[in-house]
Design a protein around this ligand. Structure first.
Ligand SMILES: [Zn+2]
Ligand SMILES: [Zn+2]
Length: 492
């Protein structure tokens, strides 16, 4: 028996002053102690910190996040010559595939992408892709372009800057060309970032939606090697591939619509100052066929839907299946950003889970924020409705969509406590719940994860204080991460 002591324990929605220590055996919680056991024991002193059930982020793109953390971050660049210098400094001793990311031409003095010729000068003989910050466009050097063309792709690409499907093709080629070692290293890097952000577990997508499930099996067979508990999704429209790989779920950021920034999120109203209403990427029939077949094969489905029309399109199918063939699969509405009252009620009926991102409100909410500019001020009250959805009984879970926003539990909890719409703020109890017990429920692990309870996994996240909106330096609050009774991250 290992005894974790000197901590304040979060049990059943509050700090329980009665419990002074937790006994752990074989990675599971064996005993909640009201008195410190007498005599000799193997103890872990948790430094007087606040200890929660291990936090779980239910939607990340960890491969990209981990991979890019090992590569070239262009966010400090202020000019084309900065960009080229960063590439030049990084590349000489690294592998054959180089990713430069976080490029934002609006922050570059010249207000443009580097040209292919400029890239060729600094990197003539390795494959280089430079990705825009939103991932929706990129440019590759000539060495990479020739290799991609040798593989029968991008022969018709006219512009140097690749957008739309050409962008997807180029990025997919880079991802699938990587050596196994680099791919595995990327997941280890992501795991370390997750621990530092306060998480014992993260859900992650593997695969490129239209393309393939790429290295899903590689990671599936190594899950026990990683410090963080990964829950993996074959991110694909290919149900047979998911079933062949033994998956119990399918999807992720497979797109019902696009994004608000690119005015492709599908709305029942117009974007502010324009007649545009966004795009439903697929027909109702397409989704009906895909989701129904997945459902009949007992796969949990996850779909990216941001605009109210896209959410309704997907939820209508979940609702129909719930009423005709209920199976408790816990299908997911990823993002679920724009939900007028009527849609909140319909989501409650379909029993779909809303997998949402508190940081989106933090970054883009409020009457002066990005959402208000794109959609109009009144619409900001119909967005990221954490409290309304929970009130109606919808299971809401929390996530970062990392690498889109940071893996940072305290920042995420702050965003919920301090939602820009006061009606959608959560209590600390509910905010913690969406990252613990609700997250465990999402992966059908509610009997083993998400609570400090006898028989549950000894997964703990120790924080320096009770999360509140006054905390600055949020990541410094993460003091220790314990997974199955082992300290896997120690900042005590
Ligand atoms: Zn995503
Ligand atoms: Zn998405």
């Amino acid at each position: 028996m290992k005894i974790f002591h000197n901590a304040k324990w979060w049990i059943d929605g509050k700090i329980d002053p009665e419990i002074v220590a937790i006994g752990v055996k074989d990675g599971k919680i064996a005993e909640l102690h009201r008195k410190l056991p007498q005599g000799k024991f193997r103890g872990v002193d948790l430094g007087g910190n606040y200890v929660f059930p291990g936090f779980i982020d239910t939607h990340t793109h960890s491969f990209e996040g981990g991979l890019y953390s090992m590569m070239i971050d262009l966010s400090p660049a202020g000019s084309i010559s900065d960009v080229l210098e960063l590439i030049n400094e990084y590349s000489p001793n690294k592998g054959r595939y180089i990713f430069a990311w976080n490029f934002d031409e609006s922050l570059i003095k010249e207000k443009r992408f580097p040209t292919r010729r400029e890239l060729d000068k600094v990197l003539p003989n390795k494959n280089l892709v430079l990705r825009r910050i939103d991932g929706h466009s990129c440019i590759v050097n000539s060495f990479a372009l020739n290799n991609i063309r040798d593989n029968g792709m991008l022969h018709d690409a006219q512009d140097e800057v690749l957008r739309g499907y050409d962008n997807d093709l180029a990025v997919h080629w880079f991802h699938k060309s990587l050596d196994q070692d680099i791919i595995i290293e990327a997941y280890h890097a992501a795991a370390q970032i997750a621990l530092k952000g306060g998480f014992t577990g993260i859900h992650t997508m593997i695969g490129d939606a239209d393309m393939s499930i790429t290295h899903y099996e590689l990671i599936r067979d190594r899950l026990s090697d990683f410090a963080v508990r990964y829950t993996i999704y074959p991110q694909s429209f290919n149900i047979d591939a998911a079933l062949d790989a033994g998956a119990t779920r399918v999807g992720g950021c497979i797109l019902a619509d696009g994004s608000i920034g690119s005015k492709t999120a599908a709305l029942s109203f117009s974007y502010a100052g324009s007649g545009e209403r966004g795009i439903l990427y697929q027909t109702d029939d397409f989704w009906k066929a895909f989701i129904t077949r997945a459902h009949q094969n007992d796969l949990q489905v996850a779909v990216h839907c941001i605009g109210d029309l896209a959410i309704k399109q997907i939820n209508d199918i979940y609702l129909d299946l719930e009423q005709t063939d209920s199976r408790d699969l816990r299908h997911q509405l990823i993002h679920c950003e724009i939900t007028p009252d009527s849609l909140v009620d319909e989501i409650a009926k379909s029993r779909a889970a809303a997998v949402m991102q508190p940081s989106f409100d933090l970054l883009w909410g409020g009457e002066e924020g990005f959402y208000a500019r794109m959609l109009g001020k009144d619409k900001t009250f119909e967005m990221n409705r954490f409290a309304s959805l929970l009130d109606k009984g919808v299971k809401v879970t929390g996530s970062s969509d990392w690498y889109i926003t940071e893996l940072d539990i305290v920042m995420s909890l702050q965003a919920l406590l301090n939602h820009t719409n006061p009606d959608e703020r959560l209590s600390l109890k509910d905010a913690i719940a969406i990252y613990t017990e609700n997250a465990a429920w999402l992966s059908h692990d509610e009997d083993s994860l998400g609570k400090i309870k006898k028989g549950f996994a000894a997964d703990f996240s120790a924080l320096g204080s009770l999360p509140s909106i006054d905390i600055t330096d949020t990541k410094k609050q993460v003091k220790a991460i314990i997974r199955e009774g082992e300290v896997v991250h120690d900042a005590l």
